[in-house]
Design a protein around this ligand. Sequence first.
Ligand code: GDP
Ligand code: GDP
Length: 437
Amino acid sequence: MSLPVVAIVGRPNVGKSTMFNRLAGERIAIVEDKPGITRDRIYSRSEWNGREFHLIDTGGLDFGEQDEILDHIKNQVELAIEEADVILFVVDGRDGVTSADEEVARLLYRSNKPVIVAANKIDNIKHKDEVYEFYQLGFEHVIPISSIHGTGTGDMLDVLVSHFPDKEEEAYDEDTIRVSLIGRPNVGKSSLVNAILGEQRVIVSPVAGTTRDAIDTPFEYEGQKYVLVDTAGIRKRGKVYESIEKYSVLRALKSIERSDVCLVVIDGEQGIAEQDKKIAGYAHEAGCAAIFVVNKWDAVEKDDKTLDRFKQKIRDHFQFMEYAPILFVSAKTKQRIHQILPLVSEVAEQHAMRISTSVLNQVLHDAMLRTPPPSDRGRRFRVQYSTQVSVKPPTFVLFVNDPELAHFSYLRYLENQLRNSFSFKGTPMRIVLRKKN
Ligand code: GDP
Ligand code: GDP
């Protein structure tokens, strides 16, 4: 089930990015190692009263060279209408209604999406009545807020959340492996979808599965049911924002949430880009199984070391995803395309694997005997008991004497020992520490 999407729109300088940063809170993806300038971050996963949602600051999207500020606003709004469940229309509460605000409103009328007007920069609550003027823009909700001080944002979020679509049931049964292809624009995702579905033994179901905003392609291969998630989104072409690099992140986020296995597609011809790292990082964080698919291998000039060198580059760039296998393919010549689904099926099995409590405890016990944890000022980390609490991804709870004593490197060691014993190929793993009383 994908999370609701909230898009922030509005003319420049009304406070969109300030508001985004306030709503995005402290949460910064672990893979983003340097914060950079504010406008580097235009997506965030936020939460209000237990409802999670994605937030996009469309003002931070780079639509390329544009002479007119209005063209830029038009693109923002078009993207918001296309992608968002709820639109947050920010205006400057002190300026009154401007012609640019009216233009945004006019564009928004065309959509059936709920629009909430946030009259920003009302730092002094005494001025909150002045925002009534903004009702003339024609939307039901006008909420005075101050992004700088945070006043009013709670009321605004209450209204926002009340317009989220109802949660939907996932349409597929437990046995169906949900796969998505993620990656930057032009790496060959849609070509790979076609290549996979075009394989001889792939039987595509006549009726495409649909959910609220995604068109999926269910199919069978060697008796196993699969569904390619959001294939319509991948295949959709010709929209102005298709070429926007940052936009691809949202697409990825939405399909990752609904997937068991993510194919992280990398352009073999162009090599690894910073954006690839972010996209792969989201799959990792979401607990999806992952396979690196290096596409366009036909177009790469090769000698006998090219493949190993490329593998090493992937390992260097994606150190947090050592578990993910790597395939070198060509959607164009179909080279190794037939290896994709068997690997997906293998990885999906590992993603759903359960280890019995007794075997798990034996393995961890042995590992800790072989390499005992270092002692910290005379105290040593001890694991009393462990158990696997869930799958997809495999999650283990370790009941320990004191979680503070666990060093990151030692947990890494234990994870590696589990991987040595059980493989868990292609899947991230979670280890949760609980203090045993
Ligand atoms: P954007 O172009 O719409 O993203 O606007 P910014 O977030 O960059 O904000 C434009 C200017 O308005 C900056 O100088 C902000 O500090 C200021 N600003 C944003 N929100 C508020 C607010 O709630 N109160 C006041 N007084 N200034 C604000
Ligand atoms: P998407 O944006 O990730 O869906 O990428 P597309 O599937 O639209 O492909 C982008 C471009 O790369 C197109 O011009 C494709 O013809 C080309 N392309 C895709 N796969 C391959 C491949 O395996 N080899 C070569 N040489 N070109 C490819």
